[in-house]
Design a protein around this ligand. Structure first.
Ligand code: SF4
Length: 392
């Protein structure tokens, strides 16, 4: 085996680590030992794995290596949030964010460099798509957060108690790698996070949600952001391919497959004058009436390249009240880390925009301004439906 084809132990699920040991003629239980060294003790040097014989360590070094992405910047918010910029093998930079709240510490992880889905309220979407992150690059974010927050020093107190796949990218368009990373997060020999504390957030890739139950039982959040197809398609192009009715059917199927009683969380970014009217709240209440769920309202966080505005506090409170009166459990996400650009929808990283989306976006804005001046209809911003979704 050449150096370049060595397996990266950091990115192997327990099952794949076992396979590696069996193929190498070793006992499969070694897999859990190696996993504990990497993901519980933070050790990346095979020579330091002292409960493994020297001969086996030497053998292991000929067939495997341990490689993680690199942390290139570390930002600390006044409110205690942290944001790290991570450089991955493709040369792109992605972001991850840690949000402490009392005894809870939530890590928001990226799954792709950039994103192909072009939701109109999202900074990542404006960059276009660059690459899928590998399993090691996804789980490496959790490894780094633990390392930088002192989580490898104690076997009982872990700073990261919850993980949300809600950073850059659509996790279900990097399906296999995200599923392996989730299994490492939830594996007792690694991070041992409970299925209730690991959440996949999707914009609604229906065929992938349909497959999900065969791979994981993690919790599910859905970026909904509109109560009807017309509005949702205008701000989330993916809705043209997978409209709301299909999406709800698919979510229902996944929730039904879980062995415990859990409900999905619907994320709804409130954008002033776009989807924050009282009638939208009433329509949302009707739309979700048959699905036990929670609703998380996220006041839009402005970023350059977007003309959208934050909703007023009265429209947030009206919206919440209507949903609560209809019987829903509603939370309003407090903006955290906006002094370091870490708030929801603000993650931008630094990717090569292979689709030239940001230039196209700027051009569309100019065209729209020109059209508006001449009294014509503004551009249709929904011309970039994910190519990757077609492959599922
Ligand atoms: S909201 Fe999510 S799916 Fe939509 S463009 Fe942003 S990262 Fe992609």
């Amino acid at each position: 085996m050449t150096a370049t084809s060595k397996s990266n132990l950091a990115g192997l699920s327990l099952e794949k680590l076992r396979e590696l040991f069996v193929v190498a003629g070793e006992k499969p239980f070694r897999a859990a030992q190696v996993m504990k060294w990497i993901h519980q003790r933070g050790v990346l040097d095979i020579d330091l794995m002292t409960d493994i014989s020297k001969d086996l360590r030497e053998n292991l070094k000929t067939i495997a290596e341990i490689k993680l992405p690199i942390v290139v910047e570390d930002f600390k918010s006044e409110d205690g949030s942290r944001k790290w910029i991570i450089e991955v093998a493709s040369g792109s930079r992605v972001e991850m964010v840690f949000i402490p709240e009392g005894s809870r510490g939530t890590l928001c992880i990226s799954s792709q460099a950039g994103c192909s889905l072009d939701c109109s309220f999202c900074a990542t979407g404006k960059q276009g798509f660059n690459s899928n992150l590998t399993v090691a690059e996804i789980i490496g974010q959790l490894w780094w957060a633990n390392s930088l927050l002192g989580g490898f020093k104690s076997s009982t107190e872990r700073p990261v108690s919850n993980v949300v796949m809600m950073g850059m990218g659509e996790p279900l368009l990097n399906f296999e790698n995200v599923m392996d990373a989730l299994s490492i997060m939830m594996e007792d020999s690694a991070y041992g996070l409970s299925k209730r504390k690991v959440t996949i957030s999707t914009s609604g890739v229906v065929p992938a949600i349909d497959r999900l139950k065969d791979y994981t039982d993690a919790s599910l959040a859905i970026s909904l952001h509109a109560p009807n197809d017309e509005l949702r398609s205008s701000i989330m192009p993916i809705n043209k391919k997978y409209p709301i009715k299909e999406l709800l059917r698919s979510i229902d199927g996944y929730m039904e497959s879980l062995s415990d009683k859990r409900v999905p969380v619907f994320e709804y970014t409130l954008i002033a004058g776009v989807n924050d009217h009282r009638q939208h709240a009433r329509d949302l209440a009707v739309l979700l009436k048959d699905m036990p769920c929670k609703i998380n309202l996220i006041p839009f966080n402005p970023f350059s390249l977007s003309d959208y505005r934050q909703p007023s506090s009265s429209s947030i409170s009206n919206f919440r009240q209507i949903l609560q009166q209809a019987g829903y459990t509603v939370t309003v996400r407090t903006t955290r880390g906006d002094d370091i650009g870490a708030a929801c929808g603000q993650l931008v990283g630094d990717v090569e925009d292979q689709t030239r989306r940001s230039q196209r976006h700027k051009k569309r804005q100019l065209d729209a301004a020109e059209a508006a001046k001449n009294g014509k209809k503004a551009f249709d911003s929904t011309d970039n439906l994910a190519v990757a979704a077609d492959r599922l």
